[in-house]
Ligand binder design. Structure first.
Ligand code: B12
Length: 213
């Protein structure tokens, strides 16, 4: 499989707003047995990063970007029934983007990888108010919380979320990822021993295998 060609084909289908073709490209890869992490990382993420560059350089409109995001979200929903594992474990994770963070595609992929490993996965989506996240967490008492941060200028919101979670629940384990932490914020990560930064879905799989026993 030449993932670059397929990713280019998928990118073009998104740019032309062709939901049917986008769904077909991804569906065919799943049927062919390509692992979900490869479909997400090499095809979908790559295309969305390309869309980010086209958007940033003014080559495509906000409308085209919104259309592409909406198609990707529907394609991810179609993947779900093929991803969910029949072997469930007794572990629970809450998965969310931090307050003020509108990006939710990366964290939805994270939720799917937990599902694949049989976790009870509670996906709250984007922009979850910190106080609501904490009261939900206190009701559910999950094994882990997975948070996403795409926008670098939201780092202070991210840190205050971590502080608030740990203030009342010092042993809560938190996983974090997203582009907002790719180039900075390491000092925040170092401060909290229960906070684990994970860059992508391949590393997440390795981590989940370690914590699933
Ligand atoms: C689609 C999109 C949007 C959509 C989001 C729609 C949606 N439903 O999610 C909308 C229109 C809302 C949006 C808004 C904005 N966006 Co925007 N957006 C994008 C775009 C094009 C794609 C995002 C995406 O889904 N990527 C694909 C996913 C799969 O990648 P990912 O998020 O990185 O996730 C992967 C990893 O990071 C990791 N990961 C992510 N989270 C987590 C969590 C855990 C626990 C783990 C383990 C791993 C993990 O796993 C994923 C798989 O590898 C990106 C371009 C880009 N480079 O991504 C810009 C981008 C993220 N946006 C950007 C900006 C600046 C904005 C706006 C500020 C624009 C504006 N002026 O209004 C607003 C911010 C709004 C807000 N308050 O959040 C910048 C961010 C720069 C930065 N790092 O600070 C980017 C990079 C574009 C750019 N090149 O400038 N955006």
């Amino acid at each position: 499989m030449d993932s670059n060609n397929i990713s280019e084909e998928f990118l073009q289908s998104l740019l032309s707003g062709n939901r049917r073709l986008s769904s077909q490209i991804i569906g065919n890869l799943a049927v062919a047995g390509l692992p979900v992490e490869d479909i997400y990382e090499k095809i979908i993420k790559k295309s969305l990063y390309d869309i980010g560059e086209l958007w940033e350089s003014g080559k495509i409109s906000v409308a085209t970007e919104h259309l592409a995001s909406a198609i990707v979200e529907s394609v991810l929903n179609e993947m779900y029934s093929g991803i969910i594992s029949k072997n469930r474990n007794n572990k629970t994770v809450i998965v969310a983007s931090v307050e003020n963070e509108s990006h939710q595609i990366g964290i939805k992929m994270v939720a799917d990888i937990f599902e694949k490993h049989g976790w009870n996965t509670l996906f709250l989506g984007a922009n979850v108010p910190t106080k609501d996240l904490i009261s939900f967490m206190e009701d559910i008492r999950p094994d882990y919380i997975a948070l996403s941060l795409s926008i670098s200028f939201n780092i202070s919101t991210f840190e205050s979320t971590v502080k608030s979670i740990l203030a009342g629940n010092p042993s809560m384990k938190i996983i974090v990822g997203g582009q907002g932490l790719r180039t900075g914020g390491r000092e925040v990560q170092m401060k909290y021993p229960n906070l684990f930064y994970i860059e992508d879905l391949y590393n997440l799989e390795v981590f989940i295998k370690k914590i699933s026993c």
